[in-house]
Design a protein around this ligand. Structure first.
Ligand code: GGG
Length: 359
């Protein structure tokens, strides 16, 4: 029987993104080798990112989305480098892909791993299990706005940035969160807005949340303002399971969550087009970390967790679970990069995870 082939576009992009994508490919190659010829990964790597911008004046090829459309998934590193304004690099690559491919659901599990200290208590908190569900197509990242210069000195500049909330956009992400909650041990969805101050879009979100919640009587719910939710992450972490929020709020809360799990370097994510009309994209939550790039010391665990989410997306459930278990085994053995209090290099963590893959 010929192996089922999965075409993967690798976009390492900037800084430590290159190191973690290389590490992730090494782990996935080992999983493929252990797969007994049942499946194969066909990789193509794209040199897009801030260096590409210096040469071509754009972050990705003009026909980049057409090229990527032929792939089953995108494995992404990180975007952002001091040579390119951050909003130019982000909009030119990561957001161009997320929005171009209608990857409207961004899943950001917060992984509390054995052997990793959480600031929530000076011990690991593997009793906690959160998923942040981020609306990934509109909200505060819709890109609506403009600016104007009010005087010749450039003073008095005015800028407007609008957030877009549509009933369709709110409903699909909120339903996604409820469906996800039904698959989890704690069936609870916490919705996060700031609808007391943001009286149009976020009031619409709250209304849709209440309407959708009525269809899921088996799922516990709460609506919490984002400031209160930030405190709740720290003070009542046992109260959380699925947290659904707008693009900006979920971006912030998922960083808070992964910091509370020990490090941003641990956090995986999936940018999903649930209808599967377009490829989905898997990437660690962290950015390009210019301060440690190129030193071989960055934490590859977030990229490995993202690879596990990609395997799950391919229907390779056993391999996804095997990789997640290997990650846990490696951290439990004390193999940690310096962001989580260890001395291991990226390559040592990679070797440890491969050594712990199920036979
Ligand atoms: N791997 C994630 C990444 O590169 N993030 C850079 C960033 O600034 N992201 C903003 C966002 O998640 O919207």
């Amino acid at each position: 029987m010929s192996p089922k082939e999965f075409r993967i576009a690798a976009i390492p992009a900037d800084g430590v993104g290159r190191e973690v994508v290389e590490a992730g490919k090494t782990v996935l190659d080992a999983i493929e080798a252990d797969g007994g010829g049942r499946f194969a990964f066909a990789w193509e790597e794209f040199p897009w990112g801030s260096d590409y911008f210096a040469e071509h004046g754009r972050m990705m090829a003009e026909d980049g989305l057409e090229t990527l459309q032929a792939f089953d998934a995108i494995y992404f590193g990180a975007v952002g480098w001091p040579t390119v304004p951050d909003h130019v690099s982000l909009w030119g690559l990561r957001l161009a892909i997320c929005q171009g491919f209608d990857q409207w659901a961004n899943l950001r599990p917060v992984r509390f791993l054995p052997g990793i200290e959480s600031p929530l208590r000076k011990a690991d908190r593997t009793d906690l299990d959160w998923v942040v569900v981020r609306e990934n197509s509109e909200g505060e990242y819709a890109g609506f706005g403009g600016h104007t210069f009010a005087s010749r000195e450039g003073r008095g500049e005015v800028a407007v940035q609008s957030a877009l909330f549509t009933e369709v956009g709110c409903e699909r992400i909120i339903k996604y969160a409820f469906e996800l909650a039904r698959t989890r041990p704690r069936k609870k969805v916490s919705s996060v807005t700031k609808s007391n101050a943001q009286q149009y879009g976020m009031v619409l979100w709250d209304r849709v949340f209440q309407r959708v919640a009525a269809d899921y009587p088996d799922v516990e719910t709460e609506s919490v303002l984002v400031d209160a939710m930030s405190a709740k992450f720290v003070l009542q972490p046992e109260e959380l399971s699925v947290v659904v929020a707008s693009n900006l709020f979920a971006d912030i809360l998922s960083d808070l969550g992964s910091a509370l799990a020990g490090s941003l370097g641990l956090a995986p994510s999936a940018n999903l087009n649930p209808e599967r009309r377009f490829p989905s994209m898997f990437e660690p939550v962290h950015g390009s970390a210019p301060d440690i790039a190129g030193q071989g010391v960055c934490n590859p665990i977030g990229a490995f967790g993202s690879a596990a989410m990609m395997l799950d997306h391919f229907g390779l459930k056993a391999e996804a679970e095997g990789l997640d278990a290997a990650i846990e085994a490696a951290t439990a053995q004390g193999i940690r990069t310096r962001d989580v209090g260890g001395t291991a290099k990226t390559a040592e963590v990679t070797e440890a995870v491969i050594a712990n893959l199920p036979a």
